[in-house]
Design a protein around this ligand. Structure first.
Ligand code: G3H
Ligand code: 13P
Ligand code: ZN
Length: 339
């Protein structure tokens, strides 16, 4: 089965009322974990690479790893997505590398840290839509700046994210402006700001509607019933993962992520793509810590990377089942990029 455009998968998800987890990858084991989980649950997948991941992995390795994923999993529809493209050039380079979907994150300027004016966001996103749609590639835009409504700050833990204080109106996407943005740009999917942020430290307590504004999603979905909504920063940072990370020497203060049941509510109101990276990072690192601390004599990487891959597979299976993706792989229409 060829890689398919994201639009086709998200349309199918909307018709069948499920959400698709988009998992970040940086190496072979992470791609294998996603594909094992997809095979086990019969789920379609979105594999995504950030700019940092593309630099770390090298585009060439990534392209060939994805070719292997396609070849070895003929019954799984796969989307290859550029996460947080910072410019039309980055998105074009992903299109040239056979990505089937790109995110133009024009909520920030190209530096990845400065909140961008609305008109800039519209301009660069429009440009990417023109470039991408010519090649059958789908486009995700972002309106609103990711960051915490508890602190009024963005985060820069993963190398991008707003610096400095952000106002409430920057941190929560305006539904009326979202309607204009989608009409002006023609994006296939829209990432929104609702108080989530990347990384482990999202909330200092179980989030309520003041700090995780699910109502905003309801409002946007009412105005834009045909636009696929994307939730970034949607790791749940479960307590058991935090505990096992700490148990084997990891340092992490108590934190809360986005509860899975809130994501399920989002899925009922138009959320079709849910970005998850931190939970997999935590699962992988906890597994490595456990193996190495229990077996200090080990130096064969397979002995810790294997359990790390299994730990990520478990997270992916859980999210695929929770978001309703399981069992959907066979009915996703197979549309090649040419079509
Ligand atoms: O965008 C957030 C993802 O967690 C990717 O992070 O830029 O460190 O690869 P990264
Ligand atoms: P988490 O850090 O919550 O996993 O979010 C990942 C993400 O949004 C990638 O774009
Ligand atoms: Zn993100």
């Amino acid at each position: 089965m060829p890689l398919i455009p994201m639009r086709v998968l998200l349309d199918h998800a909307a018709e069948n009322s499920y959400g698709v987890a988009a998992f970040n990858v940086n190496n072979m084991e992470q791609i294998q974990a996603i594909m094992q989980a997809a095979t086990y649950t019969d789920s379609p997948v979105i594999v995504q690479a950030s700019r940092g991941a593309r630099a770390y992995c090298d585009d060439s390795y990534l392209r060939h790893l994805m070719l292997a994923a396609v070849e070895l999993n003929p019954s799984i529809p796969i989307v290859m997505h550029q996460d947080h493209g910072n410019s039309p050039e980055t998105c074009q380079s992903a299109i040239d590398e056979n990505f089937t979907s790109v995110m133009m994150d024009g909520s920030l300027l190209e530096d990845g840290v400065t909140p961008a004016p609305y008109d800039y966001n519209v301009k660069v996103t429009q440009q990417v839509v023109i470039q991408a749609h010519q090649r059958g590639v789908s486009v995700e835009g972002e309106l609103g700046v990711l960051g915490s409504l508890e602190t009024g700050l963005g985060e820069k833990e993963d190398g991008h994210g707003a610096e400095g204080p952000l106002s409430h109106s920057q941190l929560v996407t305006d539904p009326e402006q979202a309607e204009h943005f989608v009409a002006e740009t023609g994006v296939d999917a829209l990432a929104v700001a609702i108080g989530t942020s990347h990384g482990a430290y999202k909330f200092s307590r179980e989030p309520d509607g003041q700090v995780l504004v699910m109502n905003c999603i309801r409002e946007i979905h009412k105005r834009l019933p045909n636009t696929h909504i994307v939730m970034h920063g949607s790791s749940s940072v479960p307590q058991d993962l935090q505990d096992s990370f700490r148990k084997f020497g990891g340092e992490m203060r108590q934190t809360w992520g986005v509860p899975v049941n809130e994501i399920q509510t989002g899925i009922k109101h138009g959320v079709r793509k849910i970005n998850v990276d931190t939970d997999n990072r935590l699962a992988i690192t906890s597994a490595v810590r456990k193996v190495l601390s229990e077996n200090p004599g080990i130096f064969d990487p397979r002995q810790y990377l294997g359990p790390a891959r299994e730990a990520m597979t478990t997270i992916c299976i859980n999210r695929m089942e929770s978001f309703g993706m399981a069992g959907q792989a066979g009915s996703v229409p197979i549309v090649s990029m040419d079509e």
